[in-house]
Design a protein around this ligand. Sequence first.
Ligand code: NAD
Ligand code: UD1
Length: 336
Amino acid sequence: MATLVTGGAGYIGSHTVVELQQINQDVVILDNLSNSSKAVLKRIESITNKAVTFVEGDILDTELLHSLFKQYQFDSVIHFAGLKAVGESNEIPLHYYKNNVYGTLNLCEVMAQHSVKNLVFSSSATVYGDPETVPIKESFPTSATNPYGRSKLMVEEMLADLYRSDPSWNIALLRYFNPIGAHESGTIGEAPNGIPNNLMPYITQVAVGKLKQLSVFGNDYNTIDGTGVRDYIHVVDLAHGHLKALEKLNSQPGLVTYNLGTGQGYSVLQMINSFEKATGQAIPYQISARRAGDIAECYADPQFANQELNWTATKSLVEMMEDSWRWQQNNPNGYQ
Ligand code: NAD
Ligand code: UD1
């Protein structure tokens, strides 16, 4: 039996494939390389000493999906494939809905036809919108402020309908908080195209000299020091969460939703300070205007996942900083 990992060449997917291979799970990666590089495959192989089965292709390609499900004995799918840039989703919303929503629908139809009904879906803390209080529990109301977030919410709702119509499905909706860090080998990590949107890759690119200085988006939020607070989680901890979710699906839980976060929030200034301390690199920054759509504070109550999945994020903020920095130093231009 094997696990199909859509989007397995991407940032979170590649780290999850490493962890799956290290527990001797057979994995097939399906990725169209729209936001990743084939070079990651050799890196995964050199970490795990195992061959990677990779298929270049699209989740929108129904014929290809059928042929894969015929060729391999899948018992589960981890579905990372999707587009994730909030700004871009405002510019080309239909592309986001087609890729993220229709792509998932297509995948589920093919899964159903081949009686593979165990699915782990990459959702996001973005589905909580601007929460009234923190820490955030899974039962909090959901909302979306941009097409990316709405695509995640639509898929969550579609999967809940699917489960209601056919309770033989087992579906884990994993709501990630802010993944950062990289594999400790420094050989795989996050490789954003162009100028990064997210804080951590921006910081490491300033440190390595690719960008001049960081803009801190607002210092007048109602937070510890006025800057935005987020729940940063090491990508390897996140990857382990997927292994635990797969185990959970084997116990046939039905539809389950988990926050994958640490439960600890850090401000932008705390992140800068922590990076400087962990790496000895100075991060020049200036305070600038708030970024549209940003919220003050977002961090998880991860207790439900801790209990139900027997999973806890274990890596410290210092490790997240050191690992992000090692990856960036070794690969100043990502996989190129
Ligand atoms: P990523 O872009 O690095 O990985 C996604 C992968 O999917 C890429 O390799 C891309 O080439 C592939 N892909 C995209 N569309 C595809 C398609 N139609 N068919 C086949 N492959 C396709 O992103 P990531 O950070 O690893 O995120 C993985 C998932 O987690 C995404 O669904 C994302 O929305 C979700 N997520 C990410 C974050 C984050 O901060 N990184 C937070 C919450 C949720
Ligand atoms: C962003 C997305 C969110 C997505 C998440 C993971 C927006 C509005 N939100 O979340 O939908 O799920 O990424 O991909 O884009 N910051 C700076 N300077 C920077 C970059 C960021 O000060 O150059 C600040 C932000 O204002 C925020 C914090 O750093 O307070 C974290 O930002 P980021 O890494 O972009 O993550 P989110 O805003 O949580």
